[in-house]
Design a protein around this ligand. Structure first.
Ligand code: 5GP
Length: 206
C-alpha cells in the first residue's frame, strides 16, 4: 500500500554509544531492511570482513572514488576517511527498499541535506561516562584513540537538536533500545506523506 521509494534511516551518535550492536540486532529482526556498507581507509579490526562491515580501501583508492563523486557523503574521522557509497543508496531506495546506515554525526547531517526525507535517529548512552567504559571494553582502540573519540563525542552531542529522534541506550537495557528503534521504523512507515496520492484518493470513507 505504501508505494514510492524506500525509507532511509540514519542511526548516528558518538562512537561507543552502541550503534553497531543495536543496528545489527535491528537488522536481524527486519530482514527486509537493507544496510549501506560504508567505505573506510582504517585497518580492519579482528573479525571484520570486507564488504560486510566495511569496504576497506587504501587512501589513494578512497580519494579516487571520492573525486569521481562516488560518495554521497564522506568524512575524516580520527585520521581515517569514511564514506557512504552513492550508487548503492540511491539504487536501493529507488527499488523501494528501506535502508539503514550508521555514519558519524556530521555524515548524518550531510545525508539529511541530500535527502530531506531521511529519518535521523541520535543514539546516546544514559551517561557519557558509559561511552568510555564501552570503548575500553571493546579493546579495539589505544588509550589515545579513546581519549580522542570522547572529545569528538562531546562535540557531537551538540547536534542532537538537528535530529528527528533521540534514543537512549541504557546500560544493560539494549533490548529496550532495539525495541525503541523498531517503534520508530514502524511509525515512520505510517506518516501520511508516505502514502501515494492516488492511493489516498481511492480510500473509501464509508
Ligand atoms: P569505526 O572506526 O568505529 O568503525 O567508525 C568510526 C566512526 O565513523 C563511527 O562514528 C561511525 O559511525 C562512522 N562512520 C562509519 N561509516 C561512515 C560513513 O560512511 N560516513 C561517515 N560520515 N561516518 C561513518
Amino acid at each position: 500500500m505504501i508505494t514510492g521509494p524506500g525509507l532511509l534511516f540514519v542511526v548516528s551518535g558518538p562512537s561507543g554509544a552502541g550503534k553497531d550492536t543495536l543496528v545489527d540486532a535491528l537488522r536481524e529482526r527486519s530482514p527486509r531492511l537493507h544496510y549501506s556498507v560504508s567505505a573506510t581507509t582504517r585497518d580492519p579490526r579482528a573479525g571484520e570482513r570486507e564488504g560486510e562491515h566495511y569496504f576497506f580501501l587504501t587512501r589513494e583508492d578512497f580519494e579516487r572514488r571520492r573525486n569521481a563523486g562516488g560518495f554521497l557523503e564522506w568524512r575524516e574521522y580520527n585520521g581515517n576517511l569514511y564514506g557512504t557509497p552513492r550508487d548503492y543508496v540511491i539504487g536501493t531506495l529507488h527499488q523501494g527498499y528501506d535502508l539503514i546506515m550508521k555514519p558519524e554525526v556530521n555524515g548524518a547531517l550531510a545525508v539529511k541535506a541530500a535527502f530531506a526525507d531521511a529519518v535521523l535517529i541520535f543514539l546516546v548512552p544514559d551517561r557519557l561516562s558509559h561511552l568510555r567504559d564501552r570503548l575500553l571494553a571493546r579493546r579495539t582502540e589505544t588509550n589515545e584513540e579513546i581519549a580522542r573519540r570522547l572529545e569528538i563525542a562531546h562535540e557531537e552531542m551538540k547536534f542532537i537538536p538537528n535530529f528527528d529522534y533521540l534514543v537512549i541506550n541504557e546500560q544493560g537495557q539494549s533490548e529496550q533500545a532495539v525495541r525503541d528503534l523498531q517503534a520508530i521504523l514502524q511509525a515512520e512507515r505510517f506518516r501520511i506523506h508516505r502514502y501515494s496520492d492516488p492511493w489516498l484518493k481511492n480510500v473509501e470513507l464509508t
